[in-house]
Design a protein around this ligand. Structure first.
Ligand SMILES: Cc1cc2nc3c(=O)[nH]c(=O)nc-3n(C[C@H](O)[C@H](O)[C@H](O)COP(=O)(O)OP(=O)(O)OC[C@H]3O[C@@H](n4cnc5c(N)ncnc54)[C@H](O)[C@@H]3O)c2cc1C
Ligand code: FES
Length: 281
């Protein structure tokens, strides 16, 4: 039987520095073993445990889209005192990284088909939403979804993730984008304001729509009431939790809230499911 704790070997193929503070990097990894590469079939919203050998491992959401055969990307925020995230940021092209996964449940892509989708993201939690947007915009998938609306933000223009991609999405006719920063600078010509406030101004219709929301806890706290005010039912709001984990496969008991293991039963939950959990978040 395959050991679920044994990471698969990958090599760093590309590193993109995402922000001015240089504490957000996207790593493109290539599997060393062809059959492991073929076996790594993931869905939008899943995560993997990334290992820096000799240091440790940590859970990171998959930022690439399952539609892009052979491409596997993760965007990692370096915590000043973070063991693994610092070690990852010190890695260079060609270094070996371990990958365990794909883990967790996923965004309910089949259930989303036929609906209008409102994607709401903030800060570096935008990673799995990027995967989802790329999936929905893919030429073989776009017709399966209704109107796509994106409201996303960051603290300032330099902190926006995937800047080139945001520009490409802004230029498209088949996704409506509202990109905002808490505080602009002399070059910023876009929206300014917190994500929940911009969402309230944009006021997407809840009719036949589902909202996908990922962001820092403070953004989620103010976004859920706005969605409720706009008329979205808690069952039509989907989010992803990023809490501390260890094994990532439902065995160690480190990530439970009530009877749910976030690593195994999540990290994706509807707002309705979250409301039914004990208030430990
Ligand atoms: C399902 C899931 C998906 C994730 N996706 C991403 C992602 O796409 N990109 C990304 O950069 N990060 C993501 N994270 C968070 C990431 O796992 C943590 O940043 C990482 O574990 C920190 O490891 P470390 O060894 O560097 O820090 P540690 O040495 O373990 O801790 C350093 C500091 O960070 C704090 N910390 C560590 N983990 C968390 C956490 N989960 N929540 C709050 N504080 C924490 C600690 O309290 C401590 O102060 C995800 C987490 C989960 C559970
Ligand atoms: S991290 Fe071990 S049970 Fe979830």
């Amino acid at each position: 039987m395959k050991n679920p704790y044994r990471p698969m070997l990958t090599t760093i193929e590309k590193i993109t520095i995402e922000n001015e503070a240089r504490d957000l990097k996207t790593f493109r990894l290539a599997f060393s073993n062809g059959s492991e590469a073929n076996g790594f079939r993931y869905r939008c919203g899943q995560f993997a445990e990334l290992t820096v050998f000799g240091v440790g491992e940590c859970p990171i959401g998959i930022a690439s889209s399952p539609m892009e055969e052979g491409i596997l990307e993760f965007t990692v925020k370096r915590y000043p005192d973070g063991l693994v995230t610092n070690a990852l940021h010190n890695c260079r092209l060609g270094d070996s990284i371990g990958v365990r996964g794909p883990l967790g449940n996923s965004f309910p892509m089949e259930r989303l088909e036929g609906s209008d989708i409102v994607v709401i993201g903030g800060g570096f939690a935008f990673t799995t939403l990027r995967s989802t947007i790329r999936y929905m915009l893919h030429e073989t998938n776009r017709a399966k979804f209704g109107k796509l609306t994106l409201v996303c933000g960051a603290r300032n223009p330099g902190e926006l993730l995937y800047k080139d991609e945001l520009k490409q999405w802004e230029a498209r006719q088949d996704i409506e984008t509202h990109i905002t920063v808490d505080e602009g600078d002399e070059h910023w010509k876009g929206l300014q304001g917190f994500v929940p406030a911009i969402l309230e101004q944009v006021a997407p219709s809840p009719e036949g729509a589902i909202a996908l929301v990922c962001g820092p806890p403070i953004m989620l706290k103010y976004t859920f009431p706005v969605l409720t005010k706009l008329g979205f039912q808690p069952s039509e709001v989907v989010t992803s939790l990023e809490m501390r984990m260890k094994c990532g496969i439902g065995l160690c008991g480190r990530c439970n809230i009530g009877s749910k293991y976030i690593c195994r039963d999540g990290p994706v939950f509807t707002y309705e499911e979250l409301q039914a959990l004990p208030p430990e978040l």
